[in-house]
Structure formats: structure tokens, C-alpha cells
Design a protein around this ligand. Structure first.
Ligand code: GLP
Length: 241
């Protein structure tokens, strides 16, 4: 694991943007795995700026999203498809046919999961997977449990995740109870993994996930076994290390 200490949120976002920009330069047709949540917003703003200034080029890149709620229409403001479109895809020169997000409205969840895994494999696998971490140690929507779920699957969201994500919905009752997520295996098969984390409220889970044992109780801890894993945390998130 490579640990990069950032001074604050802005510095974390800049450092992460630098890594993604470098990947796009080295391999213009790279396959990026992307994440939602508040943490990557600063990084996405930087990538948009760099793209507008001609410093990065997404025209040959492909992007796979980590996860999507089940049951939200793609146009719903809380869907991850909407989030990605609003915060990144509509503002950069990536081609719409190169964007992949699980279909939250799919009628057959098992078929949707297989389709998604096959699409990732069909593109040659993910070169760089960007991740955030949930308060309970989840990555994507891989929730704490008894075992690591390997491939893309449908999950029942934990009460703590529903609580945490209710900030994006008018009412807790509106938060979907299920979501599609890449599995821990899908994430670990990425050639590079990059997790960004900011804020003191994540300091405890950062210590458990990356400086404690590897266990499905803390799904992010599996990243300790990844051969090319970079953790970028700001001072507050790393304050217990
Ligand atoms: C959601 C997403 C995760 C994300 C997590 C943390 O549950 N499924 O991919 O990492 O939230 O979000 P935030 O960055 O807002 O703390």
C-alpha cells in the first residue's frame, strides 16, 4: 500500500486528479472505474478544469461506475447515473457510448450483474479504480458481512448506509433499500486501486480498514492485499495513524 498524506480536501483532490491525469496520458484509451459520494467531487471539478484547458483528454477513455441504486429511474436526481452525468460526464469530452453504469431499473438483477461483469471484461478490465470509503468500511456498496462478495451483485443496504445516504434524499424513506455494486473481486481485479478519504469522521474507519486485520467486517480492508493500492488521505482522515 502506498500512503499519500494530503494537507486538506483540496490537496487530496489535486493529488488524486494528478494520478488520473497521468493514467490518461500514459494510456489514452484507459478504462477508469469511478465512484460517487461527496469525496470525489473536488477531484471531478479538477478533472473538468483540466479537460477544459486541454490538459487531459477523455476522448478514448472508458468509464465504469462502481454502483447504482436499484429502482431509481436514470433521470432521478439521486441516481448515480444522474450524479455522474451532472458532476463529470456532461462536462468532459468522454463519449457516451464509453460510459457504463449498472441499470438500476433492470428487470432481472442476476442477468444485469452478469452483463456488467462481462462488459468490464470485454473492455479488457479496469486500469484504475477510484474508491471512497463508507463510514462502516464499505467500498462501492459492499457492506460489512460474513464473507467478501466477489462479483457484481445486488445488495441489501445496511441501516447505517441508508442513514448516511439519506442526506441526499428528501426523506429517509425515499432511500432505496437495495443497490447494484461491483464486488470485491471486480475491484481487486483492477490493475490499480486509488482510495481517497477526507475528514475526521472517517479517521476511525481508516485506521481499522488499512492498519488493522483483513476481514469482511470491514470490506475496504481487502485493499491491503492489492498489489498496486494507493491511499490518499487528508490530515484529518489520517489523524489516528
Ligand atoms: C456511498 C457510495 C460509496 C462511497 C460512499 C462514501 O455509499 N456507494 O461508493 O464511497 O458513499 O461517500 P462519501 O464520499 O460521501 O462519504
Amino acid at each position: 500500500m502506498r500512503l499519500i498524506r494530503a494537507a486538506d480536501y483540496t490537496d487530496m483532490s489535486m493529488k488524486a486528479a494528478g494520478i488520473i491525469a497521468a493514467m490518461l496520458t500514459i494510456k489514452p484509451g484507459c478504462v477508469l472505474g469511478l465512484a460517487t459520494g461527496e469525496t470525489p467531487l473536488g477531484l471531478y471539478r479538477r478533472l473538468v478544469d483540466s479537460c477544459n484547458h486541454g490538459e487531459v483528454d477523455f476522448s478514448q477513455a472508458k468509464a465504469f461506475n462502481l454502483d447504482e441504486y436499484r429502482g431509481l429511474e436514470p433521470g432521478a436526481e439521486q441516481s448515480y447515473r444522474f450524479f455522474m452525468w451532472k458532476n463529470l460526464f456532461s462536462k468532459i469530452n468522454i463519449r457516451t457510448e464509453n460510459l457504463y453504469i449498472p441499470d438500476g431499473m433492470a428487470g432481472d438483477p442476476e442477468a444485469e450483474c452478469s452483463r456488467y461483469e462481462a462488459a468490464i471484461a470485454g473492455c479488457g478490465g479496469i486500469d484504475l479504480q477510484l474508491l471512497g470509503i463508507g463510514n462502516n468500511g464499505h467500498i462501492g456498496f459492499n457492506e460489512p458481512g460474513d464473507s467478501f462478495a466477489v462479483d457484481t451483485h445486488l445488495v441489501d443496504l445496511s441501516e447505517s448506509t441508508i442513514d448516511a445516504n439519506s442526506r441526499f434524499f428528501g426523506d429517509r424513506e425515499e432511500v432505496p433499500k437495495q443497490a447494484y455494486t461491483m464486488g470485491v473481486g471486480s475491484i481487486m481485479r483492477a490493475r490499480k486501486a486509488l482510495l481517497i478519504v477526507s475528514g475526521r469522521q472517517k479517521a476511525g474507519i481508516v485506521r481499522r480498514a488499512f492498519f488493522g486485520g483483513v476481514s469482511p467486517d470491514v470490506p475496504a480492508s481487502i485493499l491491503q492485499l492489492h498489489s498496486d493500492f494507493t491511499l490518499i488521505g487528508d490530515e484529518a482522515a489520517l489523524s489516528f495513524i
